[in-house]
Design a protein around this ligand. Sequence first.
Ligand code: GLN
Ligand code: ZN
Length: 764
Amino acid sequence: MGAARELKFALERHWRGEIDAAALQAVGAELRARHWQAQRDAGLGLVTVGDFAYYDHVANHIQLLGCEPARFGFAPGAPELARYFALARGTTGHDPQACGAGCAHGHAAPEGHAALEMTKWFDTNYHYLVPELHADTQFHLASERLFDEVREAQALGHAVKAQLVGPLTFLWLAKDKGDAPFDRLALLERLLPVYAQILACLKDLGVQWVQIDEPILGLELPAAWSQAFEPAYWQLGKAGPQVLLATYFSPLQDNLRLACQLPVAGLHVDAVRAPEELTGVADWLPGYKVLSVGIVDGRNIWRCDPDAALALLAPIAAKHPGPLWLAPSCSLLHVPQSLKGEERLDGELRSWLAFAEEKLHELALLAALLDGSAQQQGPRLAAARAVIASRRASARVHRADVARRLADAPAGADQRRAPFAARRLVQRTRLPLPLLPTTTIGSFPQTAQIRAARAAHRRGQLPTQDYEAQMRAEIADVVRRQEALGLDVLVHGEAERNDMVEYFGEQLAGFAFTANGWVQSYGSRCVKPPILYGDVARDTPMTVAWTQYAQSLTDRPMKGMLTGPVTILQWSFVRDDQPRSRTCEQIAWAIRDEVVDLEKAGIAIVQIDEPAIREGLPLRRAQWQQYLAWATRAFRIAASGVGNGTQIHTHMCYSEFNDILPAIAALDADVITIETSRSHMELLTAFGDWRYPNEIGPGVYDIHSPRVPGEGEMLHLLRRAAQVVPVQHLWVNPDCGLKTRAWPETEAALRAMVQATRQLRAEL
Ligand code: GLN
Ligand code: ZN
């Protein structure tokens, strides 16, 4: 994105029509040049070319390999970049830049084309565009972009390593969109000649090394897929420059021998995620091959401990007779760019961190240490050692009270006092709710005024008193509107929250925030994850005053609203000096304190959101059980400090839970609300068949679109829900929070939702 997110801003200007393609491309070229120079300046032997993208690197490959879906109907001469953005963002109508004469919607039917689907890149928070394949998809070399960028880097005098997503990973990540199901692997035969052609072109350009990424080697692959690697790479190994096969994010395990023995010139492995495999790799990798060790963590922001790295590397260097390369564990896309500009972080904390640019220098230091030329690096080594020691011993990192609390946790601290059936009876008397209670997921529209007030307060331009008065007015407004709509369980609306993790992180001990630590999420969108550096504790209440105020305005139950420990963990950069499970448990105890204080303040319902529980799943299924055990335990610790009469809700977005249903039940929330409307309640069928034990609110409308669904539509979904879930267990709510929506559509949709509920109640 650039250190100041230059690419983001240029993209958005281009999409608004303020700058043309040439101006955007000039920004791209400038950023590439700057990033290559940074690699060169740090002393890297090769600069990587091909990892730059105007939206997403997988989308680059869709164009490179000539498999843009036919449904877009692009005109033969449509410019590459216009087609690219049409794929990435969809078109709302006829796009004269991209659409061809044969375009399905034409001028008369301006409904446009839906963008390619987006999904998470392995276990990261980066989203790629999913290639769409059909049984008859043909591939051909269709873009010069990669070769142009290679020429660009060469013209700047760099030694180039070109980079590609491998053919098997590309097919694996694609989705078959044909009417009849077919085997994506069958397309490999057609795809390989195009890869061979690309490699040949790179060779003609004088490129010595091509890195081909096959991270799926870290997954549990069906036999047909793992068996396809060897013949494929026989074909590619011959075609062009030397190939460095790159794997990352996950241990190779049963694919380790395969990865070592493929007919390529080198192998890159992730020594951060799988240090225990390095010896095995050195054993199996033929001596003449390059071994590239991903030693500097590309997924986290901590400075590398040079002594620990050396202890890992030295025996491998001794064992492997061939060339040893040092590299980041994976792409540096997943960390922020540079610590320059983080002067607001205090010096000690800042000294513990390394962002992308600093990581390049860490590589240089490690290389010097390893080849014995460390004398020149003396001061830098001493500085690195001092920093590691300071972090290890810091009183800001380790809090005795937090350690004691975890150690002394009584058995059963993660269990509610009574089982659900008994709690339910108590809650029924405390909360006289109608059949099919209606509620929302927490946030209401975040209007421009709300955002402006928060920003002004943050800058110190709006006194706290005035800010709080404005937020209270907002809460009062939201409460009044909910009462008018006739909702049964109300919320305060979350106007005071910028983000569901940042808001809590800012109030918990152990978190720090950067000024500029942006990481790409998708396209031009970036997130700025908090840095969780130390033991977590909640020293003062975080939400009680707002919630209590909201409750004081109404007789209906006000739902307290918190973010759960797994989600806070998952959306932060977390410590690497203790297991994630332990960090998660610390957050859980902090959230528990808040839940207990809400109960003391008279709040009868508390929702603990865990939208990220599924995305925390390890890449290998063999590790799922272990993760789910500590993740669900953390949630239960947060939820179990209260009496039986307090009703705990949880909420999750995204609809793929079918494979972790038992874990979701193990949360033992009294009520769970989930996203189901886009899948037409399919998910619920799974919940029904399997008999979800507690109460459940399947979302009856999609909040991602401004479209207002009709009452009939929601009634239909509710009737379907009532067929699989006992009506006494059923709640009615939207799919997710409403903060991205505007008021008119929000009120219209909720009005229809309440009407549909009343209709169904009358039928029952
Ligand atoms: N309570 C949050 C909201 O309503 C939940 C958001 C989420 O699930 N991502 O915005
Ligand atoms: Zn949600």
